[in-house]
Design a protein around this ligand. Structure first.
Ligand SMILES: [Mg+2]
Length: 306
């Protein structure tokens, strides 16, 4: 959780008030501090506030630190939060157990202030790096829009959401027309630049937070439009088509007025069962195929009645 002041949030868990005081005095300048005096409180605060890191005491009445970490690691929302055990237990077996349960570090009491500070800082840095790598893994490096992996996540989530709410989902598969000829004519470096421009043009047509575009690979893109009926969706895709045409990217070997264009096949459906997901894509592919065979630079749409 990042608050407005941009400091990381640290949850301190200890059954002894004095320890909480020492730790919060120590970290206050560099972090937003949350406090919990018991295992139950720790789980509740972690779940609600999503801290960036947790410093967790081991020995506590009712629920000890080991039980708390087990609980956190089993919960989707909290399993990735780094946990540092901070405890008076000097036994190596305890340390091993803590690390086995998923703690990222182990600090023994009585602790040295500088060491606590340095370890917290280190783990926050590691967390930042991991989050950056996770983000990068979902971005298409060429166009900087979402990649296929991200699209699969989003499509699955949106499909489920529409199933639950009984709402409409529209999607379109998009393909750049005569792209092979474009590459053959100008070379791959120009081809890459054209794909970047197309990706930007498509993104600019999507205005609502849930509208989504990804590059599937090659010259193929996909757009997801949750809670959008076929009329609105087809309009958005036609705006996309027009936006790409308006880029006026010269393509002497295109039969569409010598400029680079796209074709799209779209489907609007009301997701009912998980299995329908692939079927909808097949229909979109068929529509795209028809658009290609009917002259390209064209959007064709299908409404699935169910
Ligand atoms: Mg204790």
């Amino acid at each position: 959780m990042q608050l407005v002041n941009d400091k990381p949030t640290v949850l301190l868990v200890d059954d002894e008030k004095a320890n909480l005081k020492i730790l919060s005095d120590l970290l206050r300048d560099d972090a937003n501090i949350l406090l919990a005096k018991s295992g139950q409180q720790a789980i509740a605060k972690a779940t609600e506030m999503m801290p960036d890191i947790i410093l967790l005491d081991v020995i506590m009445p009712d629920m000890d630190g080991f039980e708390v970490i087990r609980h956190l690691k089993n919960q989707d929302t909290t399993h990735a939060i780094p946990v540092i055990f901070i405890t008076g237990l000097a036994d190596a077996n305890f340390e091993e157990k803590g690390l086995e349960l998923g703690a990222c570090d182990y600090i023994q009491k009585p602790f040295h202030s500088a060491i606590v500070k340095a370890r917290v800082k280190l783990h926050l840095q590691l967390l930042k790096q991991r989050q950056m790598l996770e983000r990068l893994a979902l971005i298409d490096p060429l166009t900087s829009i979402a990649n296929r992996r991200k699209y699969e996540e989003v499509y699955d989530a949106e499909w489920r959401q529409c199933m639950r709410q009984g709402t409409t989902l529209s999607l379109a598969i998009i393909d750049v027309d005569y792209f092979k000829q474009y590459n053959d004519n100008f070379g791959h470096a120009f081809g890459d630049r054209a794909l970047e421009s197309v990706a930007t043009a498509l993104s600019h047509q999507l205005r609502r937070p849930k509208d989504f575009v990804a590059r599937l690979g090659g010259e193929e893109f996909i757009i997801l439009l949750p809670e959008t009926d076929s009329v609105a969706a087809e309009l958005i895709l036609n705006n996309c088509r027009q936006a790409v045409e308006s880029l006026q990217i010269s393509h002497p070997r295109s039969k569409n007025n010598g400029v680079l264009t796209i074709s799209a096949g779209g489907v609007t459906s009301k997701p009912k069962a998980q299995e329908g997901k692939d079927e909808v894509l097949k229909f979109a592919d068929n529509m795209l195929y028809d658009a290609k065979n009917n002259g390209r630079n064209m959007v064709l749409w299908k409404e699935l009645s169910n």
